[in-house]
Design a protein around this ligand. Structure first.
Ligand code: UDX
Length: 441
């Protein structure tokens, strides 16, 4: 019989809410805490504040098991053994650096509730050096609690599976006996994935913090690499999708994360590479990460290129053109619109005089709140009706499956821009569409 641990999850956003429900599913007794009363009320009622496949079911079954509850009161952490810090570290306004105010506030309000033998576990993505600084705070408070760093690698859209069956676990531990005690507790928490054979990397604080930003930097680099190749393909008439297939067969390279298109967005990759550059600068290692500035520029350039391509296929101008944008979320199977390339392109086109209508299977409500000046449609049919140009900017399955003939009946002109290389060009061209994509002839 596995031992049950009493667990606090502080911060019930994307990461925390999923982590809390998964910890309960693993058999632990979990309290999720957040300062946002509305979010806590929703979660406690079994409603997900965001779209995430599998999460609502898991949340409801965990609540029903009696092993999961939510609170806005940090005092609810008292008496638990393990306290996960899952609050956000957004990009600071006008700067590259991460804003640490939520981490610092959560830590300060947790400190009075810690006891001897407790373990604080950082999961948020933070500038390297944060764990050591927070460990000092825990020490100074004198409770006898310890601190570990345990970065989270979940992807939106696969958050539940990624948490229950992670690719690897990483522990950043203090030195000596404290490290041994912290490891034993974490092993207890993760007994199920560990016994399923999940690889474990045990490291110091700084390495564990760096694993997360290094992984995200590598992923961003892979995407911008293929998008840089797409730029060269556009200049030569080559096809970046075939190029990616061919180089991806080399197992040293691999095909995943080589999908050329509009590039990366979301709440992680863009802000994480910027915060990493900012932190490296503070540490005097900015030259080492100078390439990430280029990764960021390549990524942002794709958005501009998309608008240029729209102008090109519309005969030199998009002024007054009715444009249907399919996709608002930063990627499919998510309603997250943070740093969404699709919405950025839609807004640029509107600014340049096009009449833009955006649709998305899940993200329209979020998009409407963040970008109230754009026009929205509740369905693809409504969005494309009368359009002079259609753009697929988030590759939802519904758009991949669209029938060129049926869509063609609704539009004013059969012009398709595939911003994600998600459609079959031959199929759309056969139905009389002008089909253009990034990195393809
Ligand atoms: C990412 C990391 O994958 C995850 O490990 C980390 O914990 C958080 O950040 P996420 O932000 O959910 O996860 O999205 P991801 O699936 O990585 O996609 C990021 C962006 O890259 C999306 O906008 C996606 O459309 C884009 N992308 C991805 C590409 O443009 N091409 C690809 O080949 C892959």
């Amino acid at each position: 019989m596995r031992r049950m641990t009493t667990v606090t999850v502080i911060g019930c956003g994307y990461l925390g809410a999923v982590h809390a429900a998964c910890m309960a599913a693993l058999g632990h007794d979990v309290t999720g805490i957040d300062v946002d009363e509305r979010k806590i009320a929703q979660l406690a009622a079994g409603q997900s504040p965001f779209f995430e496949p599998e999460f609502p079911e898991l949340l409801q079954s965990s609540l029903a098991s009696g092993r999961l509850r939510f609170s806005t009161d940090m005092a609810a952490a008292a008496g638990n053994r393990v306290h996960f810090l899952c609050v956000g570290t957004p990009q600071r306004k006008g700067e590259y650096a991460a804003d640490m105010k939520f981490v610092d506030a959560a830590m300060q309000s947790l400190l009075p509730h810690l006891s001897d033998g407790d373990l604080v576990v950082g999961k948020s993505t933070v500038p390297v050096g944060t764990a050591a600084r927070l460990a000092d705070l825990v020490d100074e408070a004198g409770s006898g609690a310890l601190l570990a760093w345990n970065p989270e690698f979940l992807r939106e859209g696969f958050a539940v599976q990624d948490t229950l069956h992670p690719d690897r676990l990483v522990y950043g531990l203090p030195a000596g006996d404290a490290g041994k005690t912290a490891k034993d507790l974490l092993d207890e928490v993760y007994a199920t994935p560990l016994s399923d054979g999940t690889p474990l990397v045990v490291a110091d604080y700084a390495t564990a913090e760096l694993v997360k930003v290094a992984a995200n930097s590598f992923l961003a680099t892979k995407i911008s690499f293929i998008n840089a190749m797409a730029e060269v393909c556009e200049a030569t008439g080559a096809d970046v999708t075939l190029l990616a297939d061919a180089i991806g067969h080399d197992t040293r390279i691999g095909r995943r994360f080589l999908n050329a298109g509009l590039g990366f967005g979301g709440g992680c990759l863009p802000k994480d590479i910027r915060a990493f550059m900012a932190r490296a600068g503070e540490l005097g290692a900015d030259q080492a990460l100078a390439f990430l500035r280029e990764i960021d520029s390549i990524n942002l350039r794709r958005r501009v290129r998309m608008v240029d391509l729209a102008r090109e296929v519309c005969g030199g101008t998009i002024v007054g053109k009715r444009v249907a944008v399919l996709g608002a979320a930063f990627k499919p199977n998510s309603d997250d619109i943070r740093d969404s390339p699709a919405l950025n392109v839609a807004a640029q086109m509107q600014l340049q005089g096009a009449s833009v209508v955006v649709t998305d299977p899940e993200a329209v409500d979020n998009a409407r709140r963040a970008w109230p000046d754009l026009a929205y449609a509740d369905s693809m049919t409504e969005a494309v009706t009368g359009a002079d140009l259609v753009l697929v900017l988030t590759e939802w399955q519904e758009y991949r499956d669209a029938d060129p003939e049926a869509v063609g009946e609704l539009v004013a002109a059969r012009r398709m821009l595939d911003g994600r290389n998600a459609l079959d060009p031959a199929r759309w061209r056969a139905a009389g569409w002008t089909y253009r994509a990034l990195g393809r002839p």
